[in-house]
Write a protein that binds this ligand. Structure first.
Ligand code: 5RP
Length: 232
């Protein structure tokens, strides 16, 4: 019987193999990031890899600590060597859509502060345009949600507040923001929308990550394709 191929795990192992001693490593959130954390912990245990980590969410912090990795608070970090995370969508120009895990502001802070940002995906995440498969998550200050919703509707968005997992309340981020999930027409330009959302007061952060990824590792049928950002 053919062995099951796990492309998310394969790209995570590949990225973890590139981590070097004494690096400060940012940990993403989600199933692919969890494989990366697992492999880092294995390398620490079996190969004596010495690193410190910074987590993008309480969930990844708990997983990393549970596996024996040292996790330092984001407040104590001024720069990172490497941030590694998954994504929900990736376009040809390496723009990402992220945020099914809600904690966008931490993810974008780590991506921006890091020398290298590796994005780990399987090929189901490749899209022609941002917003093709998922709504755009927009993290908002709780008291601002109606005004932000109105501003996003004015630029063509449709959507509502994200419900919590049990569907009987609202999703709340680890620092108390609410999340709007907003869909746009097929002809939206991800870069333009990025700028438009950045300019709306009350938006804490949103899921479009433009010009941040330095490498994308794409797993497909056991093979890994690496796309690198061209020098600025
Ligand atoms: C969390 C994210 C995740 O990286 C994204 O949702 C991908 O998740 P997975 O690795 O489970 O497919 O952006 O906010």
């Amino acid at each position: 019987m053919a062995k099951d191929i796990n492309d998310k795990k394969n790209v995570a192992i590949k990225a973890a193999s590139l981590v070097e001693h004494d690096m400060v490593v940012g940990l993403g959130t989600g199933s692919t990031a969890n494989y990366f954390i697992e492999e880092l912990a294995r390398r620490q245990k079996e190969e004596g890899l010495k690193i410190v980590t910074v987590a993008s969410s309480i969930v990844s912090s708990r997983i990393a600590q549970g596996q024996g990795l040292e996790v330092i608070a984001i407040e104590n970090v001024t720069s990172l060597d490497l941030y590694v995370d998954g994504a929900d969508e990736v376009t040809d120009d390496m723009t990402l859509l992220k945020g099914r895990g809600s904690d966008l502001v931490r993810e974008k802070l780590l991506a921006k502060a890091s020398q290298q940002f590796y994005v780990l995906v399987d090929n189901s995440k490749l899209v022609n345009r941002i917003g093709e498969k998922f709504p755009i998550p927009i993290e908002v200050m709780p008291f601002a949600w109606q005004l932000v919703l109105q501003s996003v509707e004015q630029i063509g968005g449709e959507g509502d507040l994200r419900p919590n997992a049990s569907g009987d309340g609202l999703a709340v981020t680890s620092h108390g923001s609410l999340v709007l999930d907003m869909s746009f027409d097929d002809d939206i330009d991800g870069h333009m929308l990025n700028h438009q959302l950045n300019a709306i007061p009350g938006v804490v952060e949103h899921g479009i990550f433009a010009n941040l990824a330095t490498s994308i590792f794409i797993g497909a049928n056991g093979q890994i394709d690496q796309r690198k950002k061209l020098a600025d």
